[in-house]
Design a protein around this ligand. Structure first.
Ligand code: 3PG
Ligand code: CO
Length: 555
């Protein structure tokens, strides 16, 4: 049982002013070369914070430190914000699915029973991100599900693939499609009618998040469910290679491929979704599959015209939203995250303001609060979403940094909040485009906005904590595995890195209201994001809650 009582800190008094917690999304501490956008950018605020003895350090943001299966796994915003907000290292979705597949328990639950009812007479559809990035999904888990369904009586399988190029190198989708085709050929050899049926790039088909743009989901619905898309192809490898060469998207890359449908010799779509079919979403991460799950599951649905709403046996690989119980049925129970910092604050009457723009809004609320979509106590909490632009973000690297900064300042000045929590999306969202110059600009914009927030916090006699959730902007080039020299294409151009990095992230504390002696302890060299929550409680003048990873401040 979690003890929610907070005890006053023995040496750090409560602050006079507010505590600002600021997350610079995708800002890692990495080798300082010309491909490190954080290093190249003008960052006077960050540079000043780095120079203060005892009040700057880096913390781990990837691998087992944040509950991922291995230390080869880069961090991401879901696990990062979970760890930051919960103050605990939680076995994450990827690990839980691995365990359920290894033990076979995935085939024994209610979710599997639900879809397997359709195996004899109807089709099993699998929809998700075709990638081994390990952020939203993994191909090895998809392949295990295809084989597992074939072994357990599925007669007809259709896979609907979203191409990645964001958590993995651009161009890798063709390889993943070939691997999937080989697995489908193998089960066809066992008498199962198994094909890829539709797909498209993850940034323009199906995988929207936080309702930033429902049109993305509508395109996916048309392709996967109705069997309609502007482009049809005989197979997915042809679809991906042709759309990469000739697609209308800008930039044309795996992330942005147009939707496509696979058709048979008769010109008919090979796998629309029909009444009675089973549908399983094979992403374990929630944010980018909540909307498609609603489209399948909710009878009452007004986000777009579904044209046809087949009555399906629908499951998620996990349950994506515990509050909404979305979806109602799932293959693997999600991580149980309890005693998160937001709940501890609310139960102790401490008031919180949280703000980001749409693209990261759920990160600083839903993920931060242990995958809960609501408030703990509405009287004590205010969450503000600044609507994001709908463009590839290298076109507007400033994103909504100004608006977020203004909202943060207003909250700080208002005196209504004990903590003001802000996430700046820029280094991550622009970093994912692979555009180095734009990412440098993104980092500079965030540094300037953070500078204003820190200055105001000082003015108000408050305290601040500055950190990030994972690396991204800190390395913008793919590298040779051994020499780490940048990879170059045939034309001699460096090859962009669009994904996150394995880099640690900064942790800095300060503020005019922070007593002089407060500094980081030196006995926690392997500390990670999960140590931040306890550190925040110390900054608020409380002892760290016992169920959390230790604070990084000297007692
Ligand atoms: C995305 O969903 O945009 C990427 O896969 C991961 O980015 P995030 O973890 O920073 O949101
Ligand atoms: Co990211």
């Amino acid at each position: 049982m979690v003890d929610f009582t907070l005890k006053p800190h023995p040496t750090i008094p409560k602050p006079e002013g507010p505590l600002l917690v600021c997350i610079m999304d995708g800002w890692g501490v990495n080798v300082e070369d010309e491909y490190n956008a954080v290093h190249v950018a003008e960052t006077p605020t960050y540079d000043a914070a780095r120079k203060v003895p005892g009040r700057f350090r880096s913390i781990l943001a990837h691998g087992t430190a944040v509950g991922l299966p291995s230390d080869a796994d880069m961090g991401n915003s879901e696990v990062g914000h979970n760890a930051l907000g919960a103050g605990q290292v939680i076995d994450q979705g990827a690990s839980l699915v691995d365990k359920a597949l290894a033990s076979g328990s995935i085939y024994e639950g209610e979710g599997w029973a639900h879809i397997s009812e359709a195996f004899a007479e109807n089709t099993l559809h699998l929809i998700g991100l075709l990638s081994d990035g390990g952020v939203h999904s993994r191909t090895d888990q998809l392949f295990a599900l295809v084989r597992g369904a074939a072994d357990r009586g599925a007669k007809r399988i259709r896979v609907h693939v979203l191409t990645d190029g964001r958590d993995v190198p651009d161009g890798s989708s063709v390889g993943f499609a070939k691997e999937l085709e080989a697995v489908l050929a193998e089960v066809r050899g066992r008498g199962v009618d198994a094909l890829i049926a539709s797909g498209g790039g993850r940034m323009c088909v199906t995988m929207d998040r936080y309702e930033a743009d429902w049109e993305i989901v509508r395109r996916g619905w048309a392709a996967h469910v109705l069997g309609e898309a502007p482009h049809t192809f005989p197979d997915a490898v042809t679809a991906i290679t042709t759309l990469r060469a000739e697609g209308s998207a800008d930039p044309v890359s795996d992330q942005w491929l147009d939707p496509f449908v696979i058709v048979g010799a008769d010109g008919e779509a090979v796998g629309p979704v029909r009444d009675g079919d089973a549908v399983a979403v094979f992403n374990f991460r929630a944010d980018r599959v909540c909307q498609i799950s609603k489209a399948f599951e909710y009878e009452e649905f007004a986000a777009f015209d579904r044209v046809r709403w087949p009555r399906t046996r629908f499951v998620g690989l996990m349950q994506y939203d515990g509050d909404l119980k979305l979806p109602a049925r799932f293959l693997v129970p999600p991580p149980a995250i309890s005693g998160v910092s937001g709940e501890v604050l609310a139960r102790n009457g401490l008031r919180t303001f949280a703000c980001s723009e749409t693209q990261k809004y759920g990160h600083v609320t839903f993920f931060w609060n242990g995958n809960r979509s609501g408030y703990f106590d509405e009287a004590l909490e205010t969450y503000v979403e600044v609507p994001s632009d709908r463009v590839p973000f290298n076109q507007l690297p400033l994103m909504k940094a100004r608006e977020i900064c203004e909202a943060g300042k207003e909250a700080l000045r208002s005196g209504r909040y004990d903590t003001v929590r802000i996430n700046f999306a820029n280094p991550d969202m622009v970093g994912h485009t692979g555009d180095l110059a734009a990412t440098v600009e993104a980092c500079a914009c965030v540094d300037a906005a953070v500078g204003e927030l820190l200055a105001l916090t000082d003015e108000l006699g408050g305290r601040w904590l500055l950190t990030s959730d994972h690396g991204n902007a800190d390395d913008m080039v793919q590298r040779h595995k051994k020499t780490l020299a940048p990879l170059r294409d045939e034309a001699g151009q460096t090859v962009a890195l669009t994904s996150h990095t394995l880099a640690p992230v900064p942790l800095a504390v300060g503020g005019a209201g922070l007593p002089e002696g407060v500094a980081f302890r030196e006995d926690q060299p392997k500390a990670g994001l999960a140590n931040v929550a306890a550190t925040i409680f110390n900054l608020l003048g409380y002892e760290a809650p016992g169920h959390m990873e230790p604070s990084l401040l000297k007692a």
